[in-house]
Write a protein of this length. Structure first.
Length: 126
């Protein structure tokens, strides 16, 4: 098994015992991203749209560090503290993804780190 740890300064640094991503052969497992601004490690200012965009920007940065992009996402998991924001997730995702869209799950959760409203993780196939 060919395993490589992926790390970039263009996405928030890990705030726990995990890597930003792990590449195994041609599959990349991206850890969950919340709407942290990489330079400050503070939550993005703004509304839920800003949070969703920041999360996708963070995932994009890690995907690029692994040699891919969001176009390589095979599976996306979305965690929301308010499932009422699901239509907004769809709207913003349409700005970041093109057909064929990745497989996806959307899960309602009670809370996320740093009181984020959204977290996403992904699996890429390069």
């Amino acid at each position: 098994m060919n395993r490589e740890i992926i790390k970039t300064d263009k996405a928030p640094q890990a705030i726990g015992t995990y890597s930003q991503a792990v590449k195994v052969n041609t599959t990349v497992y991206l850890s969950g991203q919340i709407p942290l601004v990489p330079e400050s490690m503070e939550m993005v200012a703004g509304d839920m749209r800003a949070q969703i965009m920041r999360v996708l920007d963070n995932l994009q940065a890690v995907a690029e560090a692994a040699g891919g992009s969001l176009a390589d996402v095979a599976k996306l998991n979305v965690f929301l503290t308010d499932l009422g924001n699901f239509p907004l997730v769809n709207e913003v995702m349409a700005e970041y993804f093109e057909e064929p869209y990745p497989a996806r799950a959307a899960i309602g959760v009670a809370a996320l780190p740093k009181d984020a409203g959204v977290e996403m993780d992904a699996v890429l196939v390069l």
